[in-house]
Ligand binder design. Structure first.
Ligand code: PGA
Length: 228
């Protein structure tokens, strides 16, 4: 059975909607990753799915306005945390900051979903350019404990253009050769293309954005993931 990670991003817009969506998606091979304000209420109602967060800071406490520590997430019952999503890299997070976040979060016992992936310009240059780009993004990693890597080509996120499953499997294999951890694919996955990724042995699950906001569609994907 492979796992689907529901990255809701900055959705839905209210707590009742978040709780409703979480109830519908509360299955044992799903991980629910809501925005910070909904972590507590969602945790309360989840019976099967573990909880994830979309970001974390690297310091334990102190004068860091707007930040949330790994221990705070742990205390809320959060098991997973996304780090290095391209939407956060675009806001200014660089590899140095991401490296600090990964080591603080894994040391605190959170399981990190580290996102990597090339922009369109690199993809167009071919496999070799993509490979070098991904290698560079993983260069700082020293420890594989509590780590999952999600391969998300930036040009595939929220665009409806997904990677070829063969390409995703090849990059997943490359990641595994660098650091032997489970690898997810993410980028415009839905119930129509989920099987083509999940049937690849190198891919352990999917990081799902848009499709995870539609409970019916997400459940269709869960049914597919159950078969692998
Ligand atoms: P998407 O997002 O499924 O909407 O493309 C994936 C992600 O950003 O994790």
């Amino acid at each position: 059975m492979k796992t689907l990670f529901a990255n809701w991003k900055m959705n839905p817009q209210s707590e009742p909607e978040a709780v409703k969506l979480a109830r519908a998606e509360d299955l044992k091979n799903a991980v629910i990753i809501p925005p910070f304000p909904f972590l507590g209420p969602v945790k309360k109602i989840l019976k099967q799915a573990p909880l994830g967060a979309q970001n974390v800071f690297y310091e334990e406490k102190g004068a860091y306005t707007g930040e949330v520590s790994p221990a705070m997430l742990k205390k809320l019952g959060v098991r997973y945390v996304i780090i290095g999503h391209s939407e956060r890299r675009r806001l200014g997070e660089d590899d140095a900051m991401i490296a600090k976040k990964v080591s603080a979060a894994t040391a605190a016992g959170l399981i990190v979903i580290l996102c990597v992936g090339e922009p369109a310009g690199i993809y167009k240059k071919g496999n070799r350019a993509t490979e070098l780009f991904i290698r560079k993004q993983l260069r700082f990693l020293k420890n594989k404990k509590n780590l999952i890597v999600a391969y998300e080509p930036i040009w595939a996120i929220g665009t409806g253009k997904n990677a070829h499953p063969e390409d995703a499997a090849r990059v997943a294999q490359l990641i595994k050769s660098i650091i032997s951890v489970p690898v997810l694919y993410g980028g415009s996955t839905n119930s129509k293309n989920a099987k083509s990724f999940l049937e690849k042995k190198e891919i352990s699950g999917l990081l799902v954005g848009g499709a995870s906001l539609d409970a019916k569609e997400f459940l269709r994907m869960i049914k597919i993931a159950e078969r692998f």
